[in-house]
Design a protein around this ligand. Structure first.
Ligand SMILES: *[C@@H]1O[C@H](CO)[C@@H](O)[C@H](O)[C@H]1NC(C)=O
Ligand SMILES: *[C@@H]1O[C@H](CO)[C@@H](O)[C@H](O)[C@H]1NC(C)=O
Ligand SMILES: *[C@@H]1O[C@H](CO)[C@@H](O)[C@H](O)[C@H]1NC(C)=O
Ligand SMILES: *[C@@H]1O[C@H](CO)[C@@H](O)[C@H](O)[C@H]1NC(C)=O
Ligand SMILES: *[C@@H]1O[C@H](CO)[C@@H](O)[C@H](O)[C@H]1NC(C)=O
Ligand SMILES: *[C@@H]1O[C@H](CO)[C@@H](O)[C@H](O)[C@H]1NC(C)=O
Ligand SMILES: *[C@@H]1O[C@H](CO)[C@@H](O)[C@H](O)[C@H]1NC(C)=O
Length: 462
């Protein structure tokens, strides 16, 4: 099994390392950082401390919540049974914390803390549901429902469901009714301050607010996870990554009322592959820079995604007045259907009840590449680069873009944004290059002679 995984990883690396792009990385200096990300990725996957599959055979200790008095009828409070079972599982090496199939366990807001003994597996096959009444929520845990923290080398898996029973929380949101107070609601599943964690196969739905947060963690791999909530449920982000490094999201299907994926401050080396998104607000970096804060996100790759009927596609959103930067981002092989803002950088993001004033400082956005992005836009502005007057967006690279408006003409909007485009670009993005005289002078000698080589390579890729 380890061997198969390794071979699979090598296959992935060959794809990720690319061909045409490697040549380009060598010829265009602005790719230096992304080029080195590919190299780092090699290390990251090899060192990734996955729980070994071999150990699953031998002496596993089953810790079934039913053995601790859980009833699983969806009505009795099973919180204490879960807490007690966790204590047992966490202190026993090679144990499996089991939530058995075919039952519904009602569990209150709970912190499941590590560190735990080696090789813990959290096997969720049944359904875990949250109490649905916000008024009775434990005031000590206003922002969490199931939080796992301080874990190393833990595998979460199973075909089970984590259901936040969120409808009353949504109705109480100020986004739904302006006379409601604006306050945060719990996140269904949180993995905090952990490393070498793998989450595989779970379904998370109808969260009170965000569905799944990965915070202050390193080396987290999420695969085959499904997340769903109604398209009009407020702030129900799918997967939210904050203060985390080396996170891989693969094969995830997400449809909610907010961002399918959001990546915020302190996150780098984030790789997303095979993502299905919709409904929702798209795949976002940000928001960053709220209340003059510093936001830093670097080295993000999205490869192979399908977005359907989302309000945004590939979005970077920052508030006026922030600082820090978003740098080295690559989006590739993305299909969109009826997306309102397929490609958007918005440095004027303002999600507050009062208008936001323009300021001189902003989160700097540079080295953003879009490659092989196609599909249909609901709005005319299929590509929008709205950047700060004082901190322009730089080095935006477009390579093979085909975005159309079903009835009408698509266009590109640029404000204070510079970059280059090559290959087929529809709608045309001349507004990016026109104001970028320095860049053109600097690069033209190097880029032109590469042309024949690059074309050969692109053909050989197909
Ligand atoms: C959950 O916690 C709240 C507040 O401590 C308590 O009132 C309630 O009985 C607990 N159980 C359930 C199932 O809500
Ligand atoms: C996390 O675990 C370490 C021991 O490995 C401990 O020292 C630390 O206090 C724990 N942190 C939290 C927030 O529980
Ligand atoms: C909004 O909330 C107020 C106060 O709770 C309530 O009176 C009003 O009916 C609500 N409006 C809607 C549209 O639900
Ligand atoms: C941003 O992330 C860095 C690194 O994780 C952290 O030190 C800093 O406090 C964060 N800033 C904000 C505003 O959250
Ligand atoms: C952010 O900085 C601006 C300019 O210095 C200042 O006017 C504003 O009050 C600050 N906002 C916050 C939330 O600190
Ligand atoms: C472009 O992306 C689409 C959608 O992910 C994919 O099916 C196609 O193979 C890609 N084309 C190239 C040339 O990589
Ligand atoms: C902020 O600046 C942008 C770009 O110059 C401009 O379009 C927008 O109207 C300004 N907003 C405010 C509130 O001044």
């Amino acid at each position: 099994m380890d061997k198969i995984f390794f071979i699979y990883c090598v296959g992935l690396l060959i794809v990720a390392y690319g061909t045409a792009e490697t040549i380009l990385s060598e010829s265009i200096s602005i790719f230096d950082e992304l080029g080195s990300f590919d190299a780092e990725e090699r290390d990251e996957i090899e060192n990734f401390a996955l729980p070994s599959c071999n150990s699953e055979h031998g002496s596993k200790v089953l810790v079934n919540v039913d053995g601790f008095g859980a009833v699983g009828n969806g009505v009795s409070d099973d919180t204490q049974a879960f807490v007690n079972a966790w204590k047992q599982a966490c202190t026993t090496p090679k144990s499996v914390f089991l939530v058995p199939i075919g039952r519904r366990y009602l569990v209150n807001a709970t912190r499941f803390k590590g560190p735990c003994a080696d090789k813990l597996i959290v096997q969720i096959d049944g359904t875990i549901i949250a109490p649905d009444e916000p008024k009775n929520w434990d005031p000590n845990y206003p922002r969490i429902w199931l939080e796992f923290s301080n874990l190393t080398g833990v595998l979460f898996q199973g075909g089970g469901v984590i259901d936040g029973s969120g409808s009353k929380w949504w109705a109480a949101s100020c986004k739904k009714n302006k006379s409601n107070p604006c306050k945060g609601a719990p996140t269904a599943l949180t993995i905090d301050s952990s490393s070498a964690v793998k989450v595989k196969g779970l379904t998370i739905r109808n969260s009170q607010q965000m569905h799944f947060i990965v915070s202050k963690s390193d080396s987290v791999r999420v695969s085959d996870v499904q997340i769903s909530a109604p398209g009009d449920s407020p702030n129900t982000d799918g997967i939210h990554i904050t203060g985390s490094t080396n996170v891989v999201l693969q094969n995830c299907k997400i449809g909610t009322g907010d961002d399918c994926i959001s990546i915020v401050n302190g996150s780098s080396n984030i790789k997303m592959k095979k993502i299905y998104c919709g409904p929702g607000h798209g795949i976002s970096i940000g928001s960053l820079g709220k209340d003059n804060s510093t936001g830093i996100v670097t080295m993000v790759v999205l490869d192979t995604a399908f977005l359907r009927e989302t309000t945004n596609g590939l979005r970077i959103k920052t508030w006026q007045g922030g600082s820090g930067y978003v740098r080295s981002v690559r989006y590739q092989n993305v299909m969109m259907e009826d997306v309102s803002n397929p490609i958007i950088i918005d440095q004027f993001y303002c999600d507050s009840p009062t208008a936001c004033q323009n300021q001189t400082s902003a989160v700097e956005v540079s080295q953003i590449m879009y490659r092989n992005i196609s599909g249909t836009s609901q709005s005319e502005r299929a590509m929008k680069f709205a950047c700060s007057d004082t901190v322009p967006c730089k080095n935006i690279i477009l390579h093979d873009i085909n975005l159309e408006k079903k009835d009408g003409t698509a266009e590109t909007y640029c404000h204070s944004a510079t970059g280059i485009g090559y290959g087929y670009i529809q709608p045309s993005a001349e507004c990016l290059t026109s104001s970028d005289k320095d860049f053109i002078i600097e690069q033209s000698q190097e880029v032109e002679p590469e042309k024949p080589r690059r074309e050969n390579l692109i053909h050989s890729e197909l």
